[in-house]
Design a binder for this molecule. Sequence first.
Ligand code: ADP
Ligand code: ZN
Length: 230
Amino acid sequence: MGLRIIIFGPPGSGKGTRARLIGRLLKIPVITTGDMLRDEVSRGTEIGLKAKEYMDRGELVPDELVIGLVEERLRRPDCSGGFILDGFPRNLNQAEALDRILGEMGVKLDLVLNVVVDPEIVVERLSLRRWCPKCGAIYNLKYDPPKVDEICDECGARLIQRSDDREEVVRRRLRVYEEQTRPILQLYLERGLVREMRGDIPIEEIPREVEEVLGPYLKETGVKAPKSGI
Ligand code: ADP
Ligand code: ZN
C-alpha cells in the first residue's frame, strides 16, 4: 500500500519542491492546497472570490473553505494508494478535520516530513521564486532557474511571481506559520510520525535526502528507489 504523507514547514522551506519529487518517486498524488486555492481564484469560483482577500494579505483562508476542498480531493479514487499533503493542515482545527476524514476513510497517516529552515533565508528565497500557473512547478531565479528565461521547463507556460511573495506579505505568512501552524507539529511528534528534512541544502542534494528519509518506507511499499535522479 502507498504512503500517506504530510509535508510540513514554513513558506519558502522548499516543501513544494520536495512534495513534487516524492509524488513522482512514489507515484502518489500531491495535494497542494495553495495551488488548489490559486486555481479557484483564477477560475473566479465562489470559493476563489472569498479566498483571494485572505491570500493577498498572507492570512489563512477560512477553514470551512479549505477543509471542504481537501476532503473532496482525498475521497477521489487516486488517493486510495496514498498521497502527499502540501500546505494542509495549517492549524489545529484543520488537523482535527484531517483525523476525522482519514478515520472515516479507514486509513492512517504514515509520515510527517518536517522541513527545517532558518526564517532569515526564507525571505530572500521567496523574492526570487517563480511559479508555473499551469502545472505548479516551482523555480528560483538564483538557485534553480528554468532552462529558458521565464518559461516552465515542464510545460512551456510563462512563469509568474506570486503576488503574496512580496516582502511584507512574506513576513505576515511567516508570522501566521509561527502562531498557527508550527504548534500542530507537537501532535504528530507525540504520535511518532515526524522525520526531519533540512531545508537549507543545495537543490541538487534534495533527491538524495528524499531517498534517505524515505528509504525504510520504500521497502514496505515495494517501490524501488532509483539509482540517480528522480
Ligand atoms: P506557502 O506555503 O509558501 O505560504 P502556499 O501556496 O501553501 O504558500 O499558500 C498560499 C496561501 O494560500 C496561504 O498564505 C493561505 O492564504 C492559503 N492557504 C493555503 N493552504 C491553506 C490552508 N490549509 N488553510 C488556509 N489557507 C491556506
Ligand atoms: Zn509548467
